[in-house]
Design a protein around this ligand. Sequence first.
Ligand SMILES: Nc1ncnc2c1ncn2[C@@H]1O[C@H](COP(=O)(O)OP(=O)(O)O)[C@@H](O)[C@H]1O
Ligand SMILES: C=C(OP(=O)(O)O)C(=O)O
Ligand SMILES: [K+]
Ligand SMILES: [Mg+2]
Length: 639
Amino acid sequence: MSNTLHFFTPSNLTAPKQYLPKASYNRWFPVTSLSPKLISIKASTSADPNSSTTSPQVLISDNGTGAGEILSFTPQEYDTPPSQSFLSDSSSIDVDAVTEVELKENGFRSTRRTKMVCTIGPATCGFEELEALAVGGMNVARINMCHGTREWHKRVIERVRRLNEEKGFAVAIMMDTEGSEIHMGDLGGASSAKAEDGEIWTFSVRAFDLPRPERTINVNYDGFAEDVKVGDELLVDGGMVRFDVIEKIGPDVKCRCTDPGLMLPRANLTFWRDGSLVRERNAMLPTISSKVNSFQKSILTLTLEELQFGHFFALGVESSLINRACRVNSDKSVEGPMNDWLDIDYGIAEGVDFIAISFVKSAEVINHLKSYIAARSRDSDIAVIAKIESIDSLKNLEEIIQASDGAMVARGDLGAQIPLEQVPSAQQKIVQICRQLNKPVIVASQLLESMIEYPTPTRAEVADVSEAVRQRADALMLSGESAMGQYPDKALAVLRSVSVRIEKWWREEKRYEAMELPAVGSSFSDSISEEICSSAAKMANNLGVDALFVYTKTGHMASLLSRCRPDCPIFAFTSTKSVRRRLNLQWGLIPFRVSFSDDMESNLNKTFSLLKARGMIKSGDLVIAVSDMLQSIQVMNVP
Ligand SMILES: Nc1ncnc2c1ncn2[C@@H]1O[C@H](COP(=O)(O)OP(=O)(O)O)[C@@H](O)[C@H]1O
Ligand SMILES: C=C(OP(=O)(O)O)C(=O)O
Ligand SMILES: [K+]
Ligand SMILES: [Mg+2]
């Protein structure tokens, strides 16, 4: 039996207020009368006990919460031949075997809502390691262009793609730009350098021959020796090691170590004068007007904002010329902002799902990047994530987030730019604004930092993860823990179990404070979609339904539902692989790829049958369905 709430609206309606549609509460089709013959399920999708395909196996622990948790799950155990399970034809559904097992074994309610982003580095770049992360619940693989070569990153991208193709995962790829911060060189291949109290070190913009001279650090920014002053304090990695600037000799800056410690390759550098941060180098560089005449020579020192497509377009300089000018230089001599543009071109060419922009200062740079991407890749939909990690980004927070497709609370650099005790409130504010503006938000950096070295987290780290989950951020991110730590899988397992536990606890306690969700769309049709989603989410909570179903072509309706943070999971059905991957970053969404039509009756029929055949739903489950084709809310039991 199904009940439907329909909102009949002309599709191109532009909204005089008195034209509000009358909601009519109709009885819709009785689902039980639908003929199962309508759907042809692929033979391979049926649960055939005699099939040679191994059925997925997991070790389940009842961790005292009633919600079983997947403890271990090896690739061999869930393996299914690609030719059988993940064909993208009209009669199949794309879902990875891990999600499938989770739904089957643990039920809808205990699925994890908070998504997980893993930075891929030397510890996790192999196919098997990537697969282990995907099995462990990685939703997005992040590659940081600050490290490694483009060839190295390309191999990672190819492996993630293969994983998706062969195993049915929808792991999205996020490319993170290097950004314009000042950082040290790569230490000539050494894994770290130790500075002792009172030692004199040289920070220099000169290039050195290998081996690196003793107590010498290369700096990536040519203007460094000019900008820094004797008496400034130099912080490595936001204060992990501190120096006082004692002397400047041409390109060399002599510094005395005041807080000893380990310096890691390409660690970030900030300098402070009279207790305040000296602004990052963007602020110190000449503007484009003074640079454009000596274009070829000067382009390497322009900032990301100065290099915006719009500026060059207006100046009649094509981006291909920018590229040519840069490629004259070998890859690694091109630093900072220019590298960002080459990386952005690379990301577009590789078809990554997200580009995260480091050290965003204004909405303008995001807008330009978005038009650049749109002009360069007409049919791709790369989402742009603004990393909030500078004082300027905090000043222009709302407009930056509004212009972006999502944001990252990049606490590493943020904590080097504002007092540490201000980072938690900044995080809370960023998460809240993102939710209000309907943009996914990632909380990043040092979540489980100690797990780089140890197999178990500190209590304080668990509390930090819990807080981000409680704030209902869309996603949590691992950095060094997964890139170069000793326990990437264990770190991911901690994120997973803490997320599931905290989500469940807060749901049961019904302690989530109501958040006012302002209208985000501009058209009347948008407003209807928003109202439908918030009503559907509310109904789902009040009726205690098992799942929300959303049929969405662009992913927009799914994101509107996710924004409401309902108690039940959201099954998001979409017809393209790229939208499915993109939705994988958003809170509470379980994205499936399935082809569907404008006819909701047949869509529901088809998905019920496909999901039932795979054991992911069963007769009697209570579902609320919405779609962006037909503005309606349907409540029904699975036949
Ligand atoms: N592609 C890579 N190649 C080598 N090392 C990497 C790579 N990506 C990340 N790492 C290592 O993991 C650490 C943490 O990654 P991340 O947080 O992304 O970078 P950062 O420390 O520069 O902010 C880096 O400092 C670096 O040591
Ligand atoms: C995520 C961050 O950026 P990156 O790792 O690129 O420095 C950060 O600063 O917290
Ligand atoms: K970066
Ligand atoms: Mg950063």
